[in-house]
Each structure stands twice: as C-alpha cells, then as structure tokens.
Design a protein around this ligand. Sequence first.
Ligand code: PRP
Ligand code: URA
Length: 209
Amino acid sequence: MNNVTIMNHPLLQHKISRLRDEETGTNEFRSLVEEIAMLMGYEALSDLPTEEVPVKTPIETCMTPVIAGRKLAVVPILRAGLGMVSGITALVPTAKIGHIGLYRDEETHEPHEYYCKLPDPINERLIVVTDPMLATGGSAVAAVNFIKEHGGKNIKFLCIIAAPEGVKRLHEAHPDIQIYVGHLDRELNENAYICPGLGDAGDRIFGTK
Ligand code: PRP
Ligand code: URA
C-alpha cells in the first residue's frame, strides 16, 4: 500500500516485544513507548527539509545543514498517544503540541470526541499524529478528519501496533497521509482489541484499571 510503512528494525521489534509482555510494569512500559516513538520518529522525519547555515568550527567556517523552519506539530490522540510525545520532542524540541481527546465506546467501538486543541496556524505545519494503537481505525480517521477540517494538510500518523483492518480503513479514508506502523499484528478480536497486541495501551501507560 502506497504511503504505508511497516517498520522492521530489530531494535524497534525488541522493544515492542517487551511492551507486549503482560509482566512489563507501568514504569518500563512508559519508557519503552517513549523510546519506540523516538525510533519511529527518526525514520518518519527522514524527509524533513534542511537549509544550509554558516557555522564557525575551531578550524574554519563552513556551510552546514540544519532543520529548516520551526513548523512541526505533534498531535497525540488522548490518552495513549501522549506517551509518544516526549520521544518525538526529544528529536525536535521546538515542535508545537496539539491534543485530540477521543475515547472508544466500549460497545459500538466508535470514537467520541471530548477535547481538541491544535497549534495555530496548523495549515503550514508538518503534523505528526501519535497513537500507540490503530485497531478499527475509527479514532485515527476521526482525528485526521478533525485536523483536515482545521486546515491541516501535511500529516503523518505514527502507531506502534496496528491491525490490518485499521490500516486499511485509515488508508482508504485518507490515502494522502503517511502511515508508519511499528508492527502489523494479526487481527482484531470480538471486542475490537488487537491480537496479539498489548492490551489497553492507555491503561498500561497510566497505570489505570
Ligand atoms: C485506544 C487507542 C486508540 C484507540 C484505537 O484508545 O489509544 O486511540 O483505542 O482504537 P480504534 O482504532 O478502534 O479507534 P481508547 O479509546 O481506549 O482511549 P484511551 O487512550 O483514553 O484509553
Ligand atoms: N485500544 C487499545 O488500547 N488496545 C487495543 O488492542 C485496541 C484499542
């Protein structure tokens, strides 16, 4: 599928395996989500534009590349996407941060919006949406709809684990956005949880339930 990148770096896969383990506690889980986001961000931001600036080294002055402009926005889908933000801002500390609050109805699995705030103006920014889990794809599609309604155009979606159903739904709804997946899992179960997955990402990051 065009615009869908399934990552397979061994360091990333190792960390995702640790994340899946039900014995992994909140503290380690949080650190792993942050580290994985950083590794994924490193790859997803490999096409960031640069510009040459003069720098005086101890030897001589040279022209050397830096990231052009300050136009990145990280937009986590609450709650679980929050866990990935620090991994991306470690790479681009000047990034602005938006928030999209969605929760899935436990019965219908459809997303419900409860909070949205984006950096202004959003239209000229590269927008990195983060959510560890892409299950049915309902939350991701709703988040990208919202961003586009507010003028966002250049969007990348980063998820740690995805179900094939979610990737298909997001790609079909928004073929223009770039989707990065840490690991593509087998399927959804009858409760729309990813199998084998890692359980409820929000609960594991925040230690709830
Ligand atoms: C989880 C997850 C995604 C969503 C994925 O959030 O973090 O946002 O489910 O499912 P979908 O692809 O079927 O929409 P949840 O709604 O459980 O909220 P939480 O992060 O607050 O726990
Ligand atoms: N949300 C989660 O946190 N985990 C899943 O497996 C599906 C949706």
